[in-house]
Design a protein around this ligand. Structure first.
Ligand code: NAP
Length: 472
C-alpha cells in the first residue's frame, strides 16, 4: 500500500544541520461542529490542520491556525483525511476518488437509527473511494468531548479498518490527542461501532421495565385497597395519602421484590444443576438474560429502598401525623385518661425499625461493592462473599423487617379488604421462596452434591449406562 501518512518529518538545511521538525499536516473535510472541535484539538496537540470545504471563503470562523481550501486542494498534501460530513452527503467524494487514492480516510459518521442503510457508512465510503484506506473511528466521541479533551467517560477511541498501517496512522493521532485506542478489527465491524452511540442503557432496559411494571401494578393495587375502599365503605376522601403514604407503601414493596429477583435466578440455576446433575448443560436463554441483569436489578432495588428511607424520615413532620398526635393528646386530656404503655408494641416497633436500618446498611454496602472502582479492588473471593453472603443477609433482614411490619395483622380479617391481601404481604412471597430454597440448598447433603457439580463432577444417567452396556 502507498501510505502517505508520515510521522513528524525532519527537514535538513543545506549545511546539513537539523532544522525544527515540521509538524504533520492533517486534513478535515467539513467545517461543522465535529470538524471544528477535532481541528482545534489537533492544533492543540501539535498538528497542522487544513479544512476541505464547499465554501472555503464563507465557512465562518475556524480554529486559529487552520487553513481552508476546496476539498481537492486540501487533501493534496495530507495523507490522513477526517470525513466530518454526514453520510447523506458522501456522493461528492466519488468524484474525488483519484485525488484520494492511497490516502487514509477516517469515517467519523453516525446514523440517527440502527439499520437505516443496508451497509455501514464506512463500507459505503470504501465503495465510493475504493483506492483509499477507510478507517472507522472517533464516532463514539462527541464534539464536546473532543473540544474538552479526554475525560473518564470519553477516553476511548474505537477503530476498525482493513489496513493495519492505516489503522496504525489513525491510532497514532488518537494517542497524541490523549485518547486510548481500542482496535475492533476489520471494516466489517464498522456497523457495530456505528451502533454504539445509539445504545441507550441496553442492560438497564429489562430491569427498568420490571421496576415500572411493579410500581404501576402496586400503585393501583394500594390505591384501590386504601383510597377507593375507604371512599366506598366509609365515604371518606383520603386521596391526600397518595403523595406520601401510598408512595411509602409502594417503594418498599417494589424494592423487596426486586431484591428477591436478584437472588431468585441464582437459586433456580442451582436447582437446575442439581436436577440435571451437571454444570455443562447451558441454562435456558431467559435465565441467562435474567442473571446478566442482576446488578441493575439490585441497584434499582437499592434506589427504591433509598426512597423508602427518605419518605419514612419525613413522617414526623407531616401535617396529617402532627394533627393525629395533637387530636389524640387532646382527647386523652378531655377524657382524663392515659393510654397504657404496651411493652409488646414497643418491642415490635423497635425491632421493626432496627432490622430495617440494618437491612438498609447492608443493602448500601452491596450497592457500593458493585461499583466498578470498588469491585476492581476486591479479589474474586471477596467479591463473591459480599455479593452472595451479604446479599442473602440483606434479603433476610429486609424480609424480616416486612414480617415485623405485618406482625399479627396477617391473622386479622380486616386486613383483607375486598378479600385481597395487603401489598406488603404480596411482596413477601418471592423473598420467602428465595430464603427457603437457599436454606434447602445449604443442607449439607445438598450443598455437597452442588459443590461437586460446580467442580465438574457429572451424575451419569443409569439409563444411558444400561444402553452403553448393551452396545458394548
Ligand atoms: P454538521 O455540523 O452538520 O457539519 C457537517 C459539515 O458537512 C458541514 O459543516 C459542511 O461543511 C459539510 N456538508 C454539509 N452538507 C454537505 C454536502 N451536501 N456536501 C458536502 N459537504 C457537506 O455535522 P457534525 O455535527 O459536524 O457531524 C459531522 C459528522 O460527524 C456526521 O457524520 C456525524 O454523524 C459525525 N459525528 C458528529 C458528532 C457530534 O458531536 N457532532 C459526534 C460523533 C460523530 P462545509 O460547509 O465546510 O462543506
Amino acid at each position: 500500500m502507498s501510505k502517505e501518512v508520515k510521522p513528524e518529518s525532519v527537514s535538513l538545511n543545506p549545511l546539513g544541520t537539523a532544522a525544527a521538525p515540521e509538524s504533520e499536516l492533517l486534513c478535515i473535510y467539513g467545517t461543522g461542529d465535529l470538524g471544528r472541535s477535532l481541528g482545534l484539538r489537533l492544533l492543540q496537540s501539535g498538528y497542522r490542520v487544513v479544512y476541505g470545504s464547499r465554501r472555503p471563503h464563507s465557512c465562518g470562523p475556524l480554529p486559529q491556525g487552520a487553513q481552508v481550501m476546496s476539498h481537492a486542494a486540501a487533501s493534496q498534501s495530507a495523507g490522513l483525511v477526517f470525513i466530518c460530513i454526514h453520510r447523506e452527503h458522501y456522493e461528492f467524494l466519488e468524484a474525488l476518488a483519484p485525488q484520494l487514492k492511497g490516502k487514509v480516510l477516517v469515517d467519523v459518521s453516525n446514523n440517527l437509527k440502527k439499520n437505516l442503510y443496508p451497509e455501514a457508512n464506512a463500507e459505503y465510503l470504501q465503495r465510493l473511494v475504493p483506492g483509499a484506506h477507510v478507517v472507522k473511528g472517533f464516532n463514539t466521541l462527541s464534539a464536546w468531548a473532543l473540544q474538552n479533551g479526554p475525560t473518564d467517560a470519553n477516553r476511548q477511541v474505537y477503530l476498525c479498518g482493513n489496513s493495519a498501517e492505516a489503522k496504525q496512522a489513525v491510532a497514532e493521532a488518537a494517542t497524541k490527542l490523549g485518547f486510548s485506542v481500542l482496535d475492533r478489527g476489520s471494516l466489517s465491524a464498522a456497523r457495530e461501532l456505528e451502533d454504539f452511540p445509539l445504545q441507550l442503557f441496553p442492560e438497564w432496559r429489562l430491569p427498568l421495565r420490571v421496576a415500572v411494571g411493579l410500581t404501576a401494578f402496586f400503585f393501583f393495587y394500594v390505591l384501590l385497597r386504601d383510597v377507593v375502599y375507604t371512599y366506598v365503605y366509609e365515604g371518606k376522601d383520603i386521596s391526600f395519602r397518595i403523595m406520601v403514604s401510598l408512595a411509602n407503601k409502594v417503594f418498599p414493596i417494589v424494592s423487596l421484590i426486586m431484591l428477591a429477583l436478584c437472588y431468585l435466578p441464582g437459586v433456580i440455576a442451582a436447582v437446575l444443576q442439581l436436577y440435571r446433575g451437571t454444570k455443562y448443560k447451558r441454562f435456558p436463554n431467559w435465565l441467562d438474560r435474567w442473571m446478566l441483569c442482576r446488578k441493575q436489578l439490585g441497584l434499582l432495588a437499592l434506589g427504591f429502598a433509598f426512597l423508602h428511607v427518605l419518605y419514612t424520615l419525613i413522617i414526623p413532620i407531616r401535617y396529617y401525623v402532627r394533627f393525629r398526635i395533637g387530636a389524640s393528646t387532646i382527647s386523652q386530656i378531655k377524657e382524663n385518661k392515659t393510654n397504657e404503655f404496651d411493652n409488646t408494641s414497643a418491642w415490635r416497633s423497635d425491632s421493626y425499625y432496627s432490622v430495617g436500618i440494618l437491612g438498609f446498611a447492608v443493602y448500601l454496602l452491596l450497592g457500593i461493592t458493585s461499583l466498578p472502582s470498588v469491585s476492581n479492588a476486591l479479589s474474586w473471593r471477596e467479591f463473591s462473599f459480599v455479593q452472595s453472603k451479604l446479599g442473602y443477609l440483606t434479603v433476610f433482614l429486609c424480609t424480616l423487617h416486612t414480617y415485623l411490619y405485618g406482625w399479627n395483622r396477617f391473622l386479622k380479617s380486616y386486613a383483607y379488604k375486598w378479600y385481597t391481601p395487603p401489598g406488603y404481604m404480596l411482596s413477601l412471597v418471592l423473598p420467602s421462596v428465595v430464603l427457603v430454597l437457599k436454606l434447602l440448598l445449604m443442607l449439607p447433603c445438598v450443598d455437597r452434591t452442588l459443590t461437586r457439580i460446580r467442580q465438574g463432577w457429572e451424575r451419569t444417567d443409569p439409563e444411558d449406562d444400561s444402553k452403553k452396556s448393551l452396545l458394548t
